[in-house]
Ligand binder design. Structure first.
Ligand SMILES: Cc1ncc(COP(=O)(O)O)c(CNc2csc(C(=O)O)c2)c1O
Length: 461
């Protein structure tokens, strides 16, 4: 279920896209828009734009299309009359859930719950999932400190004017290069681009270094182990320092692969040791799988590559899972209702689609496919970086969640535009990386098609 290849009619954006940019420009900021899309004609791995350009999509709406465009299994969900009410009547799930909500959540989200977790709080996007996960961490931490006591009047009164002790001086430790969302709390733990943070007030929360690994990994084993040890030492120093400052670290948040920050990887050993540091210092360990989750690394969750039975206290998700939320350990469930709350608390119609996506993943063994395609992609990238050493370096990845560095940001941006004009959509991240975020239906056939086009782009560079 796909087209047989890209087919370009105009440069991108084409004339129709430009017309629509002008029209939308009267309504909102259109500076980030690449082009306008024809979603009716888009199919499988191919995104069609409004000028009839058919592109092999290896970016998939910022890594959020799980099994390609217009998948027949998902169109069937839409056509199923039993689902009509779910599409038409959006419930305030926190107060008035539909009868089938427990079963549907069990069938969809709980069927892929991370190891050690039996609870999931549904939300709508990545930022609101992380935002509420942070709140759950702060509530958990204060109740741990409070023991059996109830909140004092002083706490209640000071909370109403944003002051301690009601609004406690607690912190979340994050990592340089991390990205967790654009809302205020998430932004305080996001450190990928200054323009995201400029002009927005933030918190005095600790920021640790994320390992900068040297590639190929097997030639820099010692150096990379030392780099990871340096970062872990810095994490512990920061936890101690922030406690001494009276702003104890209640939680640590990290991505299994820092995506926006430039596809920065670390070893399973790094994450296992970080999890133990969190436990040692009484901090909740929050793994943000918004971009890495959903199967792109060859496992449903990237943290599964760490081989841990108890990998985290919280795992947040969104993108390929089609709506947001976070799985959590029992003790992270807030003590009272209405403390983690908003009108919709997720979207049951998206969970209907997710159930079907999971059926397709299982039925078509897509995680094995991703591992196979990922190997072919990474080997192809190794070959191209050997062929064009002045342009490319640091090919890396897990499954099809791959990346490669260009000489600099201008070179990277030029390559992305040339690839797009040849019918291949890629994304950039970090200061000079090209990132690959194909759908789970991206096969070896598509890898070879991509590598041929990419080779042409590099040869003409
Ligand atoms: C690891 C991780 N955590 C949280 C988020 C935030 O998710 P949304 O709020 O965008 O749904 C994201 C979102 N990713 C993302 C890619 S570009 C972008 C942006 O706002 O520019 C955001 C993420 O990658």
């Amino acid at each position: 279920f796909d087209y047989d290849g890209p087919s370009m009619k105009t440069t991108v954006p084409g004339p129709r896209s430009k017309e629509l940019m002008k029209q939308l420009g009267q309504i909102q900021n259109t500076g980030a828009i690449n082009f306008f899309c024809n979603y009716e004609e888009s199919k499988g791995n191919y995104l069609v734009d409004v000028d009839g350009n058919r592109m092999l999509d290896i970016y998939t709406q910022i890594s959020s299309i799980p099994i390609g465009y217009n998948h027949p299994a998902l169109l069937k969900v839409m056509a199923n009359p039993n689902n009509l009410s779910t599409f038409v009547n959006r419930p305030a799930l926190g107060i008035l859930p539909p009868e089938n909500f427990p079963d549907k959540i069990t069938e969809s989200l709980l069927s892929v719950a991370p190891s050690g977790m039996t609870r999931v709080q549904t939300m709508s996007c990545g930022a609101c999932s992380n935002e509420n996960a942070y709140k759950a961490i702060f509530i958990w931490y204060r109740n741990k400190e409070r023991g059996q006591n109830t909140p004092t009047n002083e706490e209640l009164n000071t909370s109403m004017i944003n002051q301690a002790p009601g609004c406690p001086e607690l912190s979340i430790l994050s990592f340089m290069g991390g990205f967790h969302g654009r809302t205020l709390g998430c932004l305080a733990t996001t450190h990928s681009k200054a323009i995201h943070k400029l002009d927005i007030p933030s918190f005095d929360w600790p920021v640790a270094p994320f390992p900068r690994l040297q590639y190929p990994l097997d030639e820099f084993t010692r150096e990379n182990a030392e780099e990871e040890a340096r970062c872990l030492e810095e994490v512990e120093d920061l936890i101690v320092k922030w406690r001494q400052k009276g702003k104890p670290v209640a939680g640590i948040v990290i991505e299994p692969i820092q995506a926006e920050g430039g596809d920065n990887h670390a070893s399973p050993d790094f994450f296992r040791r970080l999890r133990n540091i969190a436990r040692k210092h009484g901090c909740a360990f929050h793994v943000d799988e918004v971009q890495t989750g959903g199967g792109g690394t060859g496992k449903f969750w990237a943290h599964e590559h760490w081989g841990m039975d108890d990998p985290a206290d919280i795992v947040s998700f969104s993108k390929k899972l089609l709506s947001g939320g976070y799985y959590h350990k029992d003790e992270l469930q807030p003590d009272k209702p209405y403390r983690i709350f908003n009108t919709w608390m997720g979207d049951p119609s998206k969970n209907l689609f997710l159930s079907e996506v999971l059926n397709v993943i299982r039925r078509e063994n897509l995680l094995e496919e991703v591992t196979r395609s990922g190997k072919a992609l990474l080997n192809g990238l190794y070959e191209l970086q050997a062929q064009y050493p002045s342009i490319l370096s640091r090919a890396r990845g897990q499954g099809t969640f791959c990346a490669i560095d260009a000489f600099d940001d201008a070179t990277r941006d030029r390559i992305l535009l040339k690839a797009r004009d040849k019918g291949v959509l890629l994304g950039g991240c970090g200061d000079r990386s090209i990132r690959f975020r194909p759908a789970l239906v991206f096969k070896e056939y598509h890898v070879n098609l991509f590598l041929n086009i990419f080779n042409d782009v590099l040869a003409q560079h």
